[in-house]
Design a protein around this ligand. Structure first.
Ligand code: ZN
Ligand code: ZN
Ligand code: FE
Length: 752
C-alpha cells in the first residue's frame, strides 16, 4: 500500500554525514521525497510502498554513519505528497531547539585510502569526508555549515565543489572538504626558516624526530609536543622544557601490533583504541620505552593516530612510538594560537609545525581505561565534547560551574546536560580565561537562557565566585553530594542510594575538609552516615603538596610525639626544621584544618612506605602507591568502625611492617585491600540499617584501577547493585553534571 510519512530524527545527526546517508538509502529503496537539516533535528518526508518504507526506516536505525547517534526517531503519517525525486533541502534555523554539535572524528579508512589514489589529495594531510575530520574544534556557530567554521577562509576549488555538491559523493556536504589545491597547509618553522613544501615537511619531520629532536606539532584541538619515545635523551629534553614535569607522557603508536610490544592489551582496550574517538587508554606496561616517558609508573597512556598527518609520519616505519603530550606551560591550557606557539615553543624546542586553519575550540586528548570490561573515561574531551548527557530531569537554563582543580562546567537545555570539555585548574589565570570564554560559547552555541547558577559549597573556588557574580539565583551544592549525583545522573537514578564518595578535597557542611564519605542520599539531599576519622592537615595546602606531612599527621594522631622514636626511613629525608614546625602545628592545632579525605590517607601511606614524600603533580602519591602494588597479597590491615572510621590500628601495623622490612609493594597491597574491605563492610552495615541496596561510587579515588575493579566485583558478589562511572569522569571533571542534576531535582520539587 502506498503511504506518505514524516520522520523526525533527533540526536547527533549534524556533521556526521547523516543527510547523504539518508539520500543514499532512499535511493537504494527507490523512494522519493525530501530530507532537511534543521537546528532541531533531521526531517524526512517520503512516500512509497509500506513495506519499502519499513525497510527504509530499519536501515535508518541500523546502518547510520559511525559517529552519528539517534536519540529519537518519530514516524507520522502525512497527507499524500507527490514527489518526483529525492532531494536534500538546505539547512534551516527554525526554532529555539537545537541539534547537537559533533565531536571531532578520527580520519576514516576510506580517506586514508583516498589519500594514496586521489590525484588532488595525494598525501594531503587535511583529507576528510562526511564520516570523519574536525568538527567541534572548527565550529563557531550552528547550524553546522562551512561559513560558520574556521574553514570559511578556504574557498573550495572546482573539484572539491563538485564533490561537495554531488549527493552520491563521500564528501557531499562535508563542511571541511579540502584538497591540496584549495585547503589548509602545514608549515614547518625550523632554524629561522619556514618550510612550506608539504612532502618535504613530512620527510624533515621524520628526520628530525629520528635525530632526537623535540617538535611542537599543531594537532586537532591544540599544540602537542612530540619526540621519539624510545630516545631517552629526547624525552628528557622534552621534560626539561616543560619545567621537569613529573607526569607520565602519552604515547602514540603506529598500530595495535606495535602497542603489543610495549603494553598488555585486551579486546576491550583494542576496541576503544581503534574507535573513531581515539582516546588515550591507560594500558599495563609490558616493556619499557625511554625511561622518562612513564617514570616508573606501571601504565602507558597509549593512543593510535587520528589525523592524516599522524599516519604520514609513521609511514616508512621509522618509529615504534612517539611521545605526544599537550603543549602547554605548567598548568596553563594547551596552546591553540599559532603566534603564541611560535613564541613559546621555538626558544625551547627544535621546531614548530603549524598549519593555517584556526582551532576555534580547544580540546585536549581524552583519557580512559578499561576496568571490569567497561570503558571508564578519566578526561572527557576530544571525541566526546560537546556531546550532551541525556537526563530524565529538566535542566533547562541551569548552569553548573563545577569545582576548581579538574574543572569542567555544564549547561542545561531541555533534558540535555552539555558537559564541557576538560578545562583544567582554574587557579591558573589563563585557564580561568578559557573557562569564561568556553562558558560564553556554550551558552551561545546551545542557545541557553540562564536562569539558575549552581556552584560548589566552597566560596573561594574561582568557579563559585564566577557563579555568585552572574546576577542570577545561586545554589550551592556540597562537593561529595555532587560527586554521587554525577554518577546517579549518568545512570538516570533518582532515588535513595548508598553513596561512597572518596577523593582528595571537598568542603563539608561542617566547615572541615571531606573526602572519605558514606552517604545515604538522593538527588535532593544527603545524610552523612559514616566517614574517615578527622586528622589534621598541617599547613593546609602544604600538606597536599608534601605527602610526608600527612604521614607525620597520621603518626602523631596514632602515637603522639612518641613516633619520633620509631626510626622510620622516610623521616630521615625530611628537613629537621620543617619536621619540628609541623609537630608544633599539630601540637598547638594551628593552621591545620581537619580532614577526612581519602586522598590524604593515600598520601600518608605512600610517604610512610617511602614512595613519595613530595608531590610534583596532582594525585602523584596515590598513583605511585597504586603503581607499586604486589598483586599476590590478599592480606589487609585493621581499622575501627565506630561511626567514623579510625585507621589507628592500620598505621600501627604499617609501622610494624616497615620495621620488619616488609616491602612497599606488599604494604601497598595490604593498604588497598583494607580500603576495599572497609567499603564492603560499611555498605553492608548501611544496607542493613537503611534497606538500600544500590551503591553509587564516585570521586577521584575510584580512578584507582585496583580498588575499582575489586570493589565493584565484591559489592556485586554481595548482592549490591553497583553504579560506578563509565561515561563521566569520577574525578572533579564530573562534578558539574552532579551539580546540575541536584539543582534540577530541587527546582522540580520546589525546594530552592
Ligand atoms: Zn573520511
Ligand atoms: Zn579542492
Ligand atoms: Fe572531588
Amino acid at each position: 500500500m502506498e503511504k506518505s510519512i514524516n520522520i523526525r530524527i533527533k540526536g547527533l545527526v549534524q556533521g556526521v554525514g547523516f543527510r547523504p546517508f539518508v539520500y543514499r538509502i532512499a535511493d537504494n529503496h527507490g523512494l522519493k521525497g525530501r530530507v532537511e537539516n534543521r537546528n532541531d533535528g533531521v526531517i524526512i518526508n517520503v512516500a512509497g510502498d509500506e513495506n519499502v518504507l519499513n525497510s527504509f526506516i530499519n536501515d535508518l536505525k541500523t546502518k547510520a554513519p559511525p559517529a552519528s547517534e539517534i536519540h529519537s526517531l518519530e514516524v507520522h503519517s502525512t497527507n499524500k505528497k507527490a514527489f518526483t525525486d529525492f532531494q536534500i533541502n538546505k539547512s534551516k534555523n527554525i526554532s529555539e531547539e537545537i541539534t547537537l554539535v559533533s565531536p571531532d572524528i578520527a580520519v576514516c579508512m576510506e580517506c586514508l585510502e583516498d589519500m594514496k589514489v586521489q590525484k588532488h589529495r595525494i598525501d594531503y594531510p587535511f583529507i576528510n569526508c562526511t564520516n570523519c575530520g574536525p568538527r567541534f574544534t572548527i565550529i563557531k556557530s550552528l547550524p553546522y555549515d562551512r561559513p560558520e567554521t574556521t574553514m570559511s577562509i578556504f574557498p573550495m576549488c572546482e573539484k572539491c565543489c563538485s564533490e561537495y555538491s554531488n549527493v552520491l559523493d563521500r564528501r557531499f556536504h562535508a563542511q571541511p572538504v579540502a584538497c591540496s589545491n584549495c585547503g589548509p597547509k602545514y608549515s614547518l618553522h625550523l632554524n629561522g626558516n619556514i618550510i612550506e613544501d608539504q612532502g618535504l615537511i613530512i620527510k624533515t619531520m621524520r628526520a628530525l624526530l629520528k635525530e632526537g629532536k623535540v617538535i611542537a606539532v599543531k594537532g586537532m584541538g591544540g599544540y602537542f609536543l612530540a619526540c621519539d619515545a624510545l630516545n631517552q635523551e629526547a624525552v628528557r629534553k622534552l621534560r626539561e622544557g616543560k619545567n621537569r614535569e613529573g607526569k607520565p607522557f602519552a604515547v602514540m603508536f603506529p598500530d595495535l601490533e606495535t602497542i603489543e610490544k610495549y603494553a598488555f592489551i585486551d579486546e576491550d582496550e583494542k576496541k576503544w583504541l581503534t574507535s573513531w574517538k581515539r582516546p588515550i587508554i591507560l594500558l599495563r606496561k609490558k616493556n619499557e620505552l625511554a625511561r622518562d616517558v612513564c617514570l616508573d609508573f606501571s601504565t602507558i597512556g597509549s593512543m593510535l593516530p587520528y589525523m592524516p598527518f599522524h599516519y604520514l609520519l609513521f609511514e616508512e616505519n621509522q618509529f615504534n612510538a612517539l611521545v605526544f603530550t599537550s603543549g602547554n606551560i605548567a598548568d596553563e591550557p594547551i596552546v591553540i594560537d599559532d603566534k603564541s606557539a611560535l613564541q613559546i615553543f621555538l626558544p625551547v624546542y627544535d621546531a614548530v609545525l603549524s598549519y593555517n586553519r584556526e582551532i576555534f575550540n580547544r580540546v585536549d586528548d581524552s583519557v580512559g581505561m578499561i576496568v571490569n570490561h567497561s570503558e571508564r573515561i578519566i578526561r572527557r574531551s576530544r571525541g566526546y565534547a560537546p556531546s550532551p548527557v541525556h537526563l530524565d530531569l529538566d535542566v533547562d537554563g541551569i548552569i553548573a560551574v563545577g569545582a576548581e582543580l579538574v574543572n569542567s562546567f555544564c549547561v542545561g537545555k531541555g533534558k540535555q546536560a552539555f558537559l564541557s570539555q576538560y578545562i583544567g585548574d582554574l587557579k591558573n589565570l589563563e585557564t580561568f580565561e578559557f573557562f569564561r570564554e568556553s562558558m560564553t560559547r556554550y551558552k551561545n552555541l546551545f542557545r541557553i537562557q540562564p536562569q539558575l547558577m549552581v556552584c560548589d559549597l566552597h566560596p573561594d573556588y574561582l568557579s563559585s565566585k564566577y557563579a555568585a557574580q552572574a546576577g542570577l539565583p545561586l545554589m550551592e551544592v556540597q562537593h561529595h553530594h555532587a560527586h554521587i549525583a554525577s554518577c546517579m545522573a549518568e545512570y538516570k537514578l533518582d532515588e535513595k542510594v548508598i553513596g561512597v564518595a572518596f577523593d582528595g578535597v571537598g568542603l563539608g557542611d561542617d566547615g572541615h575538609i571531606w573526602g572519605g564519605e558514606f552517604f545515604i542520599c538522593d538527588l535532593n539531599e544527603y545524610r552523612r552516615l559514616n566517614h574517615f576519622e578527622y586528622v589534621m592537615m598541617p599547613g593546609g595546602d602544604q600538606a597536599t603538596l608534601h605527602p610526608w606531612r600527612m604521614a607525620v599527621s597520621y603518626l602523631y594522631h596514632t602515637f603522639g610525639t612518641d613516633f619520633l622514636d620509631l626510626d622510620l626511613p622516610f623521616l630521615r629525608s625530611v628537613d629537621k626544621k620543617e619536621l619540628e614546625l609541623v609537630i608544633q602545628m599539630l601540637g598547638k592545632k594551628i593552621n591545620s584544618p581537619l580532614s577526612s579525605s581519602a586522598g590524604r590517607l593515600f598520601d600518608a601511606v605512600a610517604a610512610l612506605a617511602g614512595l613519595c614524600s613530595h608531590s610534583s603533580f596532582h594525585a602523584e602519591a596515590p598513583m605511585r602507591l597504586e603503581s607499586t602494588i604486589m598483586e599476590a597479597s590478599g592480606e589487609r590491615y585493621d581499622f575501627i568502625n565506630k561511626g567514623s572510621i579510625s585507621f589507628v590500628p592500620m598505621i600501627k601495623e604499617i609501622v610494624n611492617d616497615i620495621q620488619h622490612g616488609i616491602s612497599a609493594e606488599e604494604i601497598s597491597a595490604k593498604f588497598h585491600n583494607t580500603i576495599i574491605e572497609l567499603i564492603l563492610e560499611i555498605c553492608n552495615q548501611l544496607r542493613a540499617e537503611e534497606s538500600v541496596r544500590k551503591v553509587v561510587l564516585s570521586g577521584g579515588t575510584f580512578q584507582n584501577r585496583y580498588i575499582l575493579e575489586r570493589v565493584e566485583r565484591k559489592l556485586m558478589a554481595n548482592g549490591f547493585e553497583v553504579y560506578a562511572h563509565k561515561k563521566i569522569p569520577s574525578n572533579d571533571g564530573g562534578i558539574a553534571l552532579g551539580q546540575i542534576a541536584i539543582a534540577a531535582k530541587r527546582r522540580a520539587i520546589g525546594v530552592i
